[in-house]
Design a protein around this ligand. Structure first.
Ligand code: MLT
Length: 319
């Protein structure tokens, strides 16, 4: 009997060891909870390309859009926790969602193994090219006078583009018509073609269209201008200093994913964040890379808890 117990214990230990040692042996799916071509998709594809090289297996991005990102994250949170399904969550899915969805099927703090921060993404206020305002002051004045005629695109309730424009609109004191999309990738297409008037969006989605002049960027909602768009004034410079907000995108695995597997994913993400080519591509798009202190699962877990606590009262107060 004793020998049998010892043999069983040894085989369990060996199985645990071999999972982490051999992982990954097949492609990994990274769920992006928004449409292809938008900011979360862009960050996911940039970091996963380099992570795939490190891990020796392809990371396949799967876009599962809906309900401000909560559809995809719900699905990812319920996947088998074996390291073969991971996700790119963000400030909306893992910060705002609990305040906005009474029946949310996941808890951002308890139901995930945090892998690490991928990129901070400053927020810009952008309008269609033909919008009759060329700076922030004209924009605020126009909105106040014409809120019933203006429409604002967003990526669903709880998405970054939704919550950051709730903040903007409430500071200006307007309630324009909101037009939801499956992501700000498709919303940006409609902004470029002039079908919607404005949105609040993450910089990584916007740099090429702003540079091309096909949309107007009125201000960036951070303390400093972005080196990726140095001509765009900060909200402070543009006359709306109280509007300060920035988003983030981060990698998570479902709760119960083995610790050694999560450690391999974290290490591959860190390698991507140290890779000169990946860094340049993210920074050229205005992404803000996490410092060494802001990396890894432990830091991210604490950060998510602080984000839920930060957004809950703000969003509940805004109804
Ligand atoms: C996206 O990828 O479409 C965005 O992250 C959506 C958003 O949160 O605004």
């Amino acid at each position: 009997m004793k020998r049998l117990i010892l043999a069983l214990a040894a085989s369990v230990a060996f199985a645990g060891m071999s999972v982490a040692q051999t992982y990954p042996t097949k492609p990994i799916t990274m769920i992006v909870p928004f449409a292809a071509g938008g900011p979360t998709d862009i960050v996911a594809r940039l970091v996963s390309e380099n992570m795939s090289k490190t891990l020796g297996q392809q990371i396949v991005v799967e876009n599962v859009a809906g309900a401000g990102g909560t559809t995809g994250i719900t699905r990812a949170s319920q996947a088998k926790p074996d390291g073969y399904t991971i996700m790119m969550g963000h400030m909306g899915t893992h910060g705002a969602a609990p305040a906005l969805y009474a029946n949310l099927k996941y808890d951002p703090v308890k139901d995930f193994e945090p892998v690490g921060m991928a990129a901070g993404t400053p927020i810009l206020i952008v309008t269609k090219k033909a919008f009759p305002a060329n700076d922030m002051k004209e924009f605020v004045a126009y909105l106040k006078a014409n809120a019933d005629k203006v429409n604002q695109a967003h990526a669903g309730v709880g998405a970054v583009s939704h919550m950051t424009c709730i903040l903007l609109n409430s500071q200006i004191g307007v309630k324009p018509t909101a037009v939801p999309y499956g992501g700000t990738g498709p919303a940006l297409n409609d902004l470029v073609s002039g079908q919607v008037d404005y949105m609040c969006d993450q910089i990584v989605n916007l740099v090429s269209q702003v540079k091309a002049g096909s949309i107007k960027a009125l201000a960036i909602a951070s303390a400093e201008r972005s080196p990726a768009l140095p001509d765009v004034p900060t909200t402070k410079e543009a006359g709306l200093p109280e509007y300060q907000v920035a988003a983030w995108n981060a990698v998570f695995a479902p709760k119960g994913t083995p610790k050694d597997v999560v450690a391999k994913l974290t290490s591959a993400l860190n390698t991507a964040l140290d890779d000169a080519g990946t860094r340049k591509r993210l920074e050229d798009l205005g992404g803000v890379l996490p410092t060494k202190d802001e990396r890894g699962g432990e830091w991210l877990g604490k950060f998510v808890a602080s984000e839920v606590a930060r957004w809950n009262p703000v969003l509940k107060a805004s109804k």
